[in-house]
Design a protein around this ligand. Structure first.
Ligand code: V0V
Length: 144
């Protein structure tokens, strides 16, 4: 796999928020963004909403913690609310993870987990990615 073309789009930028409903209202009312999708992901410890950025197919993902053990609660405790992750879309997450591992980067999960709308996701450790938590997303073809 070539260096070019590992990622196809910026899928979303994830923002840690304290209150999901308040954050959705802010993005709708102040920026005129439309909510494409909303769900609770127990495994990831988040309530989340995808806000569309125009017709770009990129989104802002609003992430609120489900409980104090959530990675989002820990992030807010340490860094406050704000940008928590950068998510790139990929066509084949298994191939991309293998390539990244060959290049010496640590993936957080041995196998992809379930993300928004049935997507498959994994993350590059922020310590291996210039201080940025990078998510890889292979969308569910049946998803939104
Ligand atoms: C932690 N660090 C970060 C960071 N979180 N750096 C940049 N961005 C972040 N979001 C830094 C932290 O300051 C430490 O730096 C170092 O990494 C190790 O942190 P730690 O305290 O040892 O580890 P934790 O317990 O904070 O865990 C960090 C990781 C955790 C990244 C391992 O947050 C994680 O598992 N994240 C992946 C899952 C996730 O984020 N789920 C929520 C979104 P110093 O202090 O050592 O310099 S769910 C989602 O996106 C979905 C469902 C979707 O998109 O579909």
């Amino acid at each position: 796999m070539s260096t070019q073309g590992l990622f196809t789009h910026i899928d979303h930028v994830g923002i840690a928020v304290r209150d999901l409903d308040e954050a959705i209202a802010f993005y709708e009312e102040k920026y005129g963004m439309r909510m494409a999708h909303r769900e609770i992901n127990e495994e990831q410890g988040v309530a989340e909403a995808m806000m569309e950025v125009g017709d770009s197919s990129s989104c802002i993902q609003l992430l609120a913690p489900l409980n104090e053990k959530s990675t989002i609660a820990k992030f807010i405790d340490k860094s406050g609310v704000g940008i928590q992750q950068m998510a790139y879309r990929v066509e084949n997450i298994d191939e991309v993870c293998e390539t990244l591992k060959e290049r010496g980067l640590r993936l957080l999960y041995p196998e992809p987990k379930r993300g928004t709308a049935g997507s498959r996701i994994n993350f590059i450790h922020p310590k291996d990615a210039g201080g940025v938590l990078v998510e890889l997303v292979e969308p569910n073809p049946e998803g939104h």
